[in-house]
Design a protein around this ligand. Sequence first.
Ligand SMILES: Cc1ncc(COP(=O)(O)O)c(C=O)c1O
Length: 373
Amino acid sequence: MSHHSHLRVSALQTEEEAERQTQYESDNSVWRFKGSDTAAKASSVTMRVIVYKLFDLCTPDIKKPLLPLAHGDPSVYPCYRTSIHVENAVSDVLRSGKGNSYGPAAGFLPARQAVADFVNRDLTNKVTPNDVYMTVGCNQGIEVLMQALAAPNANIFLPRPSYPHYEARCVYSGLEVRKYDLLPENEWEIDLQGIEAMADENTVAMVIINPNNPCGNVYSYDHLKKVAEMARKLGIMVITDEVYSQTIFGDNPFVPMGEFGSIAPVITLGGISKGWIVPGWRIGWIALNDPKGIFKSTGVAQSIQQNLDITPDANTLVQNALPQILEKSNKEMFAKKNSILKQNVDLVCDKLMDIPCVGCTKKPESSTYLLVQ
Ligand SMILES: Cc1ncc(COP(=O)(O)O)c(C=O)c1O
């Protein structure tokens, strides 16, 4: 319990609190203000809200450790500590006193350059620092994009199953969600036919998560190419969430969707939370893979910038450390974490076989979840 007690935020009221609440409510008629409920519908579908509700239902008298099985943050376990060079990079900037200022809305140029250099390691169509925007974790990238795409009647395709933050932010931004299926019998590939059948003139984008959370698969080059071709046919962009690109422990190699940016424009979301096991540092990025400049001519790039102009900057201490962090990051560095994840997946899948009626459709080869049937 000691590791996870910080996750508990009580939503249930004690009798005394409830009584006090009733008394306050009776006094409330004098006040002209009240809390807005604009986020009520959106927040109800997030993992956080669902998980905290479950935590609250656990009886504290049963003195057993609570396993946060839905919390994608291995950093609470000491064996998943980030590399020493990553910690040194941040402590060097901290001690230099150079990481204390506000930054530009799109991020510091050296940080954007460092991200461009890092993602370009795997790309044929290279991105420039101007194609990169720094964000407060990958989540802010999602928020900014959904806001940048929201228009009257616009709809967007999200995978099912998915990472719930997408739906929450679509609901909040007023983007209509249309869910496409991931096919368990087909290595969790995308139901491309289903997507085509659902598209109409108001469809603006499809989101893919690769490596996939929660299914744990990694899409092949051929499948991603088909996704790009279909997006081009429908006239939509592809948003690819690649926050798990450094968290792969199976045999299928990771192919960035940006490779197909010349077929259909691609927006890549990434960050250091998962690969570098530092989700609390809140650093992510948006990268435009768009060799034909479609995001500029359609105003999408400008809208991203404008949305960043009115939201908080990504942590500048870590932005300043990013060139040092990313330059020295390599496959060997990620291998240790990935091999522990693999051992855990093997162990859990093995143990699941002992439980009647529960099974694992496909052993994950990436990310930090195991989808159980
Ligand atoms: C698919 C996916 N995207 C984005 C995020 C959030 O990333 P960050 O912590 O960098 O905001 C998560 C976290 O679980 C995730 O699973």
